[in-house]
Design a protein around this ligand. Sequence first.
Ligand code: NDP
Length: 479
Amino acid sequence: MRIQNYINGQFVAPANGRYFDNVAPASGEVYGTIPESGSEDVNRAIEAAKKAFPLWSALTATQRSTHMLRVAQRIEERLDELAAAESKDNGKPLKLATRVDIPRARDNFAFYATAILHEASETHDMGAQGFNYTLRRPIGVVACISPWNLPLYLFTWKIAPALAAGNTVVAKPSEVTPATAYLLSQILDEVGFPAGVLNIVHGTGPAVGEPLVSHPEVPVISFTGGTATGARISQIAAPMFKKLSLELGGKNPNLIFADCDFEKMLRTTLQSSFANQGQICLCGSRILVERPLYDRFVAEFVQRVKTLQVGRPEDPATQVGAVVSKDHQAKILHYIQLAQEEGGTVQCGGHAVQVEGLEGGFYVAPTVITGLSMHCRTNQEEIFGPVVTIQAFDTVEEGLSLANATKYGLAATVWTQNLRRAHHVASEVHCGIVWVNNWLVRDLRTPFGGVKASGIGREGGFEALRFFTEPKNIYIDLG
Ligand code: NDP
């Protein structure tokens, strides 16, 4: 696949004419090329988005909705092809891309295309004196930058509300997984999406992402990715007073109490640990178990983890595919080594896996580590791979203090049948999202995001539409 930029409704080569290789994680083989774009391409895309803004923002909500629903429909029609491309580009099991990633990308467009039809502005009545009403207007050119773990899913999660609210967009997918963003540009072309409204520029973070977020005519940035990159973007944006939404890293705790529904908890914890090879920002990487259940949990969990099938992404029996790159595989293996140096015991996994016929692929066995303190690096730093640690706690307070003992605060799960305790723990755990007795149940209307080093701001539902618009309050005097 020879990927091209999509600027002003045209497929274009990067200005410097340079491309780099795209590698399939399952085999380690080069299978395509990616534009090595730079600031010239970014500037062209911003120009196109600026030019398209007056027209797009002047459309009625129904007109914008119609354009966006055509995109959703076309994603649905090309679902199998998109899922195959996502799985090849990222290494994730094909069935996961087919059941989750691509349907969710379609839903993101459909949800925001219809959400804008139900949005109402506010009035604050002051009786005989007068009243206020609040206009919510689109802002201008929005930068959307997304990571490689859920490529099209997270790319569309920001693009769709930005467009629905009436902004135009310059978007950059991760250079590691650009394939489905390119297919999305084909879809825009097929459905006749207005030129310049959504522009997609491919290339690296420093060469494309930085000029995009630094540009004075881009007042809004929606970024999902690592905490260090988020900090860098904040530094650039702050002196220019840009509006920022940052969805960053996590080190999420699962708080498991002895009275939980054991079978459901075990099944779900397997998922929350290793789905997408542990490369979901919402995966629970620190499993905290109440002492009376600890031994049973470790024994039965490890036994189940050992049965997980690591293999070829397109094989329907595969539960764990390849991690995204050779560098990422090396990083995960390095953390497993570090965990052992820190005194941890590897209960299972702990090594790379060779898949027959795909010897060049990047696979890591699902890994469970016990015996570590909460303050070691393994329990403090985001690994973002198929690696979890397990620790015991004795009281609710101790469980909470362990759960809250990292700089991150994205998500948590709580497993208990005790309603009072469930509410107490959910309210006291420091994070943006809590699931009680389940994991990753998503409702697109709910606020999504983290606290502390996991980010700033919320997306999802009307939160996203509020973020991508500027409120203006107008007072009318009746006196
Ligand atoms: P990165 O921060 O490395 O990259 C994210 C995006 O930012 C990529 O498109 C990247 O480009 C780009 N980028 C890199 N450097 C810059 C820069 N200086 N200026 C502007 N853009 C830049 O994260 P990863 O791709 O490694 O993704 C994994 C991270 O994402 C994890 O920390 C994970 O927790 C987090 N994440 C958070 C989620 C949340 O909702 N909170 C959801 C999913 C993931 P390129 O890759 O092309 O260099």
